[in-house]
Design a protein around this ligand. Structure first.
Ligand code: ASP
Length: 429
């Protein structure tokens, strides 16, 4: 079955590491034509890509990436990847850059299903067990939605209070018991390393849905996927970008995973903007520096964001503070709002946040004043959680090759835009 043109083109641009402008020039097409080929099928401006263009792009790919295509990309020699092919997903360290981009290519294939235009039943009969021992809205529900949209079913349990752990059951026993009921497990736990302990007790695939202040691999993968799509629209590449990470970099597990992924890219400037007490752990700073990135650490928000292509804000993780830890009234210094965005000096800075943002007065999290600003990518991030998680499930359960050919049109009607303030963007129409 032939790959949908949007997924085919995005994959080609990613593999060749070209912006849209450069890619259009490379294939001798007008940028406007390329934009129209990338639109969703149902968009009024969508145009079918001529077959000759597909053949030409395929020829460029095989000429430029050649025999090395399966093991090495235009990005250079790929370090050993532990993904896909391993049972569990515990850390983004399992990915090299080619593995990340193969996952993103599959997420692109999932987009029409995630956007409720197409349906598939490739996981019909399979059951996901969502075990969340810590608060969650989007991670738990989007994993569930992703599994359901692949045709599977979901069993949920939330909180210690409602599980047998409240009766003193061990992680080993819980993991083994649930493994007899379901085909894949997503686990969130307040202790770093606890999800790995679940994984050690089972041959069923276990996905880390956040382990204390450790990692949140699937969030970082969807963050990077979103970032690439935002950049694709505005003509930038991740390589060479200036990325500002703001807020609680000490306990923010999404940042920990994201920094590890960014270490796979080239020539970044990473501004780490945090109160001194909540700075990024030294080993992660060292990892990013060893990748050749320029690292700047500051607690002055407006200076730190100057020139940034991305501002990634985070919530202060007060629930993880020790008894003697406090922000000493400096929370306001880290609020990302329209004035801070103006201080970047760039008109197209992408604003991201893993969410939830704390919208209570005095919390000084990402400002709601940016809600109607098209640069605010937070809800595109949450939307992208579904196709990225679908892609992970499909790889882990070995149905990735079946998805494209199993797709049929959805039978129900759903709105083109789901949010009331969503900006209408070039390729999201
Ligand atoms: N939802 C993210 C997490 O679980 C970020 C946060 O809670 O602030 O880590």
């Amino acid at each position: 079955m032939i790959q949908a043109q949007q997924a085919f083109l995005r994959d080609a641009m990613r593999r060749l590491n070209l912006t849209r402008e450069a890619f259009a020039e490379r294939i001798g097409s007008r940028k406007r034509a390329l934009d129209a080929w990338l639109l969703p099928d149902e968009s009024a401006e969508f145009r079918a890509m001529p077959e000759v263009v597909r053949r030409f792009v395929a020829e460029i790919l095989s000429r430029e990436l050649g025999a090395s295509m399966s093991t090495q990309s235009v990005h250079g020699a790929a370090p050993q990847a532990d993904w896909p092919g391993t049972v569990h997903l515990l850390s983004v360290s399992q990915f090299n850059r080619d593995a990340v981009e193969a996952l993103f290519a599959l997420a692109d294939v999932m987009q029409p299903i995630a956007r409720r235009r197409k349906v598939t039943r490739v996981l019909e009969g399979a059951v996901l067990g969502n075990l969340f021992f810590e608060a969650s809205t989007r991670t738990r529900v989007s994993f569930g939605a992703a599994f359901c949209r692949l045709g599977g079913a979901v069993c949920d349990t939330t909180g210690f209070t409602f599980s047998s752990m409240a009766k003193g059951e061990s992680i080993y026993d819980t993991s083994r018991v649930i493994s007899g009921y379901v085909d894949v497990l997503v686990v969130r736990h307040p202790e770093q390393g606890a999800v790995a302990e679940f994984a050690r007790a089972t041959h069923i695939p276990v996905i880390n849905g956040g382990d204390g202040p450790g990692e949140h691999p699937t969030q970082a993968l969807l963050d990077l996927y979103t970032l690439q799509r935002e950049f694709s629209r505005i003509g930038k590449l991740v390589d060479g970008a200036h990325i500002a990470l703001v807020g609680d970099l000490k306990y923010g597990r999404t940042v920990h995973s994201l920094v590890k992924l960014l270490a796979l890219y080239r020539g970044l400037k990473i501004s780490l903007i945090a109160p001194p007490a909540l700075a990024l752990p030294a080993e992660l700073v060292a990892l990013a520096a060893s990748a050749g990135h320029v690292i700047e650490q500051t607690s002055a928000l407006r200076e730190g964001v100057r020139g940034a292509d991305v501002v990634y804000a985070t919530r202060i993780q007060k629930e993880r503070f020790g008894t003697d830890e406090t922000l000493d009234g400096h929370g306001a210094d880290f609020e990302v709002n329209p004035a801070v965005l103006a201080a970047t000096g760039k008109p197209d800075t992408v604003v991201m946040h893993p969410l939830p943002r704390d919208s209570r007065p005095g919390s000084f999290d990402l400002s709601v004043d940016l809600n109607t600003d098209a640069r605010l990518a937070i809800f595109r991030q949450t939307d992208n959680g579904v196709p990225v998680r679908m892609a992970l499930f499909a790889q882990m359960l070995g149905v990735d090759a079946l998805v494209q050919r199993s797709m049929r049109d959805a039978t129900w009607r759903s709105p083109a835009q789901v949010g009331v303030d969503d900006a209408l963007l070039a390729d999201e129409a």
